[in-house]
Design a protein around this ligand. Structure first.
Ligand code: ADP
Length: 457
């Protein structure tokens, strides 16, 4: 039997991943800028090129950048404030440099002003790239501080004609609003694109929900009529026809559910709905629901649920767990011509975390069958959407090829992991590991307040 550890699905980068990328970028920018500042400062210092302002300000700015980077690293939720601190420190340095070099004047002063001023548009860009909000406000504040410095240096009449440094300041004050406005426009476009994307997903979801409702209602009617018909048929042939009808109606219902859920999960607004539930009972109930069909096919069902109290009251999304187990059981039933299906639920040790941070306990859910099995080279493909394996020794089975793709996405969203162990003709074992939040013992005793529900992921 070969074991395949299912990797997380490759998806369009979700918003949380984008945030993580932005955080990493800010961290790198802060670290590299701090190193660059200090290298230039040491080099210029050794050659006597540092101005009085640079001698004092550069180490302070570098410390601000290091501090900002550390905050982003250790306290990711404070990312925006830390990025603002980094950007504001660098802006302070540049404005201070412009003022001191203007005061020094002369050709060297002009060179200094020109070389410092060229970085200011980059500063606006850095604010828009690294900050999640408030970048435009910080950029305008920087601009206002620059304009006030100009007024302070030259007064309300402005720089006299022929003053090259003054002329440079003037150009700088004229061009900077254009940079800030252009960046604000790009940022607004980005926000609009994001909300348009959510809107597209929402309307597609609404359409699918409406469609699936319209199809599901007559399907339920059909299933009811099939049950009635079942009571009246006598002959073996008629009964087989009724069973086939029921099977098709059930399959249609399952396909509709998979299709709706798979499409829904594309929506960035998709959320888990965790509840405090008795997970062990949920698993037993789901198995009971499948039992008649399993028996009708002549198979055995073995359910082994560990009676650890940690599985009796846990915080998890019950609908999504149900969908995972339903799909795995449906497959086990479809692809097992004879033998047994086993469902196991047990607590499991949490996988070690690189940071060493405390981990919630995990559980392990297994669905094992004695069916046709899966070839090693086919294992990575079966988790792709709309992929079904052909050339089976079984009579043609119905399916959309979405079942395992939905399971893989759900497990990823539930923060879990999945593996499959199988070999042709030797059955399959699907193993799902999920993190859970068990109820603290006091709460289970019933006389203490229940802990607040954690934020859905
Ligand atoms: P469907 O069952 O609708 O075809 P799935 O995504 O659930 O779609 O499964 C993809 C493929 O993986 C199936 O077509 C089948 O070939 C294979 N498969 C899934 N579960 C099992 C199993 N328990 N035993 C053998 N093959 C399986």
């Amino acid at each position: 039997m070969s074991l395949y550890q299912v990797p997380p699905p490759e998806e369009v980068e979700p918003f949380s991943a984008l945030q993580a990328t932005r955080r990493r970028l800010t961290l790198w920018l802060a670290a590299l800028s701090a190193i660059a500042c200090m290298l230039v400062w040491c080099y210029d210092g050794a050659h006597g090129l540092n101005s009085a302002w640079a001698t004092v300000a550069v180490p302070i700015i570098a410390s601000g950048l290091v501090l900002g980077g550390l905050v982003i690293w250790l306290r990711p939720p404070w990312h925006n404030q830390a990025a603002a601190l980094c950007n504001a420190s660098v802006a302070t340095y540049f404005i201070g440099s412009l003022i001191t070099t203007t005061e020094a004047g002369g050709p060297d002063g002009l060179y200094e002003v020109a070389s410092n001023a060229q970085f200011m548009p980059l500063l606006y860009l850095a604010a828009f790239v690294t900050m999640t909000k408030g970048a435009a406000r910080l950029s305008w504040l920087t601009y206002v501080a620059t304009a006030l410095s100009y007024l302070w240096l030259y007064g309300a009449d402005g720089a006299p004609g022929g003053d090259h440094i003054g002329h440079f300041w003037f150009m700088l004050l004229i061009t900077h609003p254009i940079f800030i406005l252009a960046l604000s426009y790009v940022s607004v476009l980005h926000t609009r694109l994001k909300s348009a994307e959510v809107e597209v997903h929402t309307s597609r979801e609404r359409f699918l929900a409406m469609l699936s409702h319209e199809i599901r209602t007559p399907l339920q009617g059909m299933l009811g009529s099939i049950d009635l018909l079942d009571l009246r048929v006598h002959g073996g042939g008629e009964r087989r026809a009724v069973d086939r009808l029921r099977q098709i109606a059930n399959q249609l219902t399952a396909h509709l559910r998979d299709l709706t859920e798979y499409t829904r999960m594309d929506n960035p607004a998709w959320r888990l709905q965790p509840e405090w539930i008795d997970l062990a009972s949920l698993v037993e109930d789901i198995c009971d629901e499948h039992l008649p069909r399993i028996r009708a096919k002549g198979l055995n069902l073995l359910v082994e649920v560990d009676d650890a109290p940690g599985l009796r009251e846990v915080e998890i999304d019950p609908q999504r767990v149900r969908q995972v187990l339903d799909n795995l059981l449906n497959n086990a039933l479809k692809y097992t011509p004879h033998g047994q299906i086993t469902v196991r639920l047990a607590p499991q040790a949490a996988p070690p975390r690189a940071t060493g941070a405390p981990q919630p306990p995990w559980l392990q859910l297994e669905v094992i069958d004695t069916g046709v099995g899966i070839a090693t080279e086919a294992m990575p493909r079966i988790f792709e959407p709309y992929v079904r394996l052909e050339d089976r020794k079984l009579p043609r089975t119905e399916g959309s090829g979405l079942g395992l793709a939905v399971v893989r996405r759900l497990i990823d969203r539930l923060g879990g992991q999945m593996a499959v162990e199988s070999a042709p003709d030797r059955g399959s074992r699907f193993v799902v590991c999920l993190p859970v939040h068990p109820t603290p013992p006091q709460s289970a005793a019933g006389n203490l307040e229940r802990p607040a529900q954690t934020e859905p992921q």
